[in-house]
Design a protein around this ligand. Structure first.
Ligand code: 3SL
Length: 238
């Protein structure tokens, strides 16, 4: 049986061997939830980049650009990091360049993986179905916050493992811990997450609706895969 492991922070990624494995990158609040929402609303392609400078460069090439640092939109860019900003007909068929504090860093650090899949509660069943079909070892990479562990990404890891566990071995302590955390909190996700550090950070920005939205399961049947620097929805393109 293939194995599923959890990397609780991008700063721990050097401890994992990504080769020939599928990596699921998750940043529930809010980068990967935004990416899933954007592709579900027919954005053609997303280019996630690590730095503001790279995003600026792509903006000059004609990409619509989104930049977030510490939860706030960076001045000079068109889009912020709210999933509601991507539910916009005007973005249909458009190419978006995006940089965020943690999510896009986690994606760009995963390039040695066989495939990089973007996960969120919003598309968890589509991600699980793909991983079950692939039957390949999986690492769930939690984007965390500036190198630190966070609750919301770990809960997603646990939720995904709950689905995968019949066909994947779950042996590593962080995978077992993520699963137990999710099982103990799955019926009260919103109040639990509202007490988390990042929800408190975001509440200062008055975006409680974003948090509730990002915790919804299976709103979208999309499968974003990062390949050759581009993120596309492989549910429609393959
Ligand atoms: O860190 C990130 O990538 C962001 O998702 C953070 S925030 O939700 O925009 O604050």
């Amino acid at each position: 049986m293939p194995n599923v492991e959890v990397c609780l922070s991008p700063d721990l990624l050097h401890l994992f061997n990504l080769r020939k494995k599928n990596v699921v990158v998750v940043d529930i609040l809010r980068a990967t939830s935004c990416m899933v929402t954007a592709l579900a609303h027919d954005v053609e392609v997303i280019i996630p980049v690590a730095s503001i400078e790279e995003c600026k460069f792509l903006q000059k090439q004609g990409y619509i650009s989104a930049a977030e640092r510490d939860g706030l939109k960076v001045e000079g860019f068109e889009l912020d990091n709210s999933p509601f900003s991507y539910q916009n007909e005007d973005l249909k068929g458009k190419k978006i360049a995006v940089t965020t504090t943690n999510g896009t860093q986690a994606i760009t650090k995963s390039v040695e993986a066989e495939k990089i899949i973007i996960g969120a509660f919003l598309n968890i069943s589509a991600v699980a179905a793909f991983l079950l079909e692939e039957q390949r070892d999986v690492i769930i990479l939690c984007a965390g916050w500036k190198g630190n562990f966070n609750l919301e990404d770990t809960l997603f890891a646990g939720a995904l493992i709950e689905i995968l566990q019949k066909q994947f071995t779950v042996e590593q302590d962080s995978s077992l811990a993520a699963l137990e955390l999710y099982l103990s909190k799955k019926t009260e996700l919103l109040p639990f997450i509202l007490a988390s550090s990042h929800a408190k950070r975001l509440s200062k920005l008055n975006i409680k609706d974003d948090i509730a939205f990002c915790l919804q399961h299976d709103t979208y049947d999309v499968l974003p895969i990062f390949h050759e620097k581009e993120l596309r929805n492989y549910k429609i393109n393959v």
